[in-house]
Design a protein around this ligand. Structure first.
Ligand code: FMN
Length: 326
């Protein structure tokens, strides 16, 4: 019998596959179905910082609807459709309905009164909070250190408002990746999700318009997570979860081998439906059986960068790669 269990940010998971925050986790029925198909945990669809701020500022809401730009009106519209108390009910009801850990998620980019909402998430019974922090580094006046400071500010402010374990879901837009990820891991967070994947622009040549590029990831996009988790998982002070491009059970194993404690999946479940989780679990078990491994713990971090001792390895691979194609 193969033991697929793992521990991620202090939570016990029966296996490392977590349903990522998305429309796949926005209702109790979907969460129940994900559990029935075998996921180890779920991250609920994110609540947006703007939604919480608007609810706090509800007296001023009518003015906002009338006087704001299109994008701000969209936020207002979204807020009316998905209000904050419904989110708390989703946490409460999911906790009653399933035995797997339920992680709440907040999408944020600044501090403010909204951070107090972390306490409400805790009261609703969530097992942890994932902060999807994204500050687009496009402001030509804003230095890297000022952007980085905001991440720490948000983490510290949320920490003051809850005792729940906190994970941060990050983008790959950092210059000194090793240094910043290590520093974030020392800020009291228990988990780090590498990497978030979000809207990217594309150009529609026929209509000469900016449009959204592919919504769902491709397996090739997993390379970034493999690199950075492999390089840093034994240097950071918290657990790492992989996200983006994890398509099947073999991809799960790759990320575990380089040091991830868990993986998060969205696109593959959109494309192959929730039942794909059981296929992924079978693929993992059959590979482990074939290789005579009996537990996930045996393989976690086995191919971690430092185990391969690898400055030379990386440099040599780099040279080999560039010199083998003429
Ligand atoms: C339709 C859709 C909705 C998403 N909604 C959220 C969200 O609300 N919050 C969040 O943190 N990530 C959200 N994501 C990002 C996913 O959680 C995940 O990080 C990303 O899709 C990369 O993983 P994948 O390659 O398995 O899809 C969403 C992704 C998709 C495709």
């Amino acid at each position: 019998m193969i033991d697929l269990s793992t521990e991620y940010m202090g939570l016990k998971l029966k296996n490392p596959i977590i349903a990522a925050s998305s429309g796949l986790t926005d209702s109790v029925e979907k969460v129940k179905n994900l559990e029935a198909n075998g996921v180890g945990a779920v991250v609920l669809k994110s609540l947006f910082e703007e939604q919480i701020r608007m609810e706090i500022d509800s007296l001023g809401m009518n003015n906002m609807f009338n006087s704001y730009s299109d994008s701000e009106n969209y936020v207002a519209y979204y807020t009316r459709q998905h209000n904050v108390s419904e989110y708390l009910r989703l946490i409460e009801d999911s906790k009653v309905a399933v035995d797997i850990p339920v992680i709440a998620s907040v999408n944020c980019y600044s501090i403010g009164e909204w951070v107090e909402f972390a306490q409400k998430i805790e009261d609703a019974g969530a097992d942890a909070i994932e902060l999807n922090i994204f500050i687009m580094p496009g402001d030509t006046q804003l230095k890297s250190e000022d952007i980085e400071y905001k991440y720490f500010d948000i983490i510290q402010s949320v920490r003051k408002n809850t005792k729940l374990p906190i994970a941060v879901k990050l983008s790959s837009y950092f210059s000194g990746m090793g240094e910043i990820l290590t520093r974030i891991s020392n800020s009291g967070v228990k988990g780090m999700v590498l990497f978030n994947r979000f809207y990217s622009p594309d150009v529609d040549l026929d209509n000469e318009k900016i449009v959204s590029s592919r919504i769902f990831s491709l397996p090739e996009e997993n390379a970034m997570s493999i690199r950075w988790i492999g390089m840093l998982s034994d240097k950071v002070a918290c657990d790492m979860a992989a996200s983006t491009g994890i398509n099947d059970g073999y991809d799960v194993l790759k990320n575990i081998l380089v040091g991830a404690k868990a993986v998060q999946v969205a696109s593959t479940l959109y494309k192959n439906k929730t039942k794909h989780v059981s296929v992924m679990l079978q693929q993992m078990e059959s590979w482990m059986q074939q290789k005579k491994y009996s537990s996930i713990k045996e393989i976690t971090g086995k191919l971690n960068y430092s185990k391969l001792n690898s400055e030379t390895y990386e440099r040599a691979q780099f040279m080999k790669y560039y010199s083998s194609y003429e």
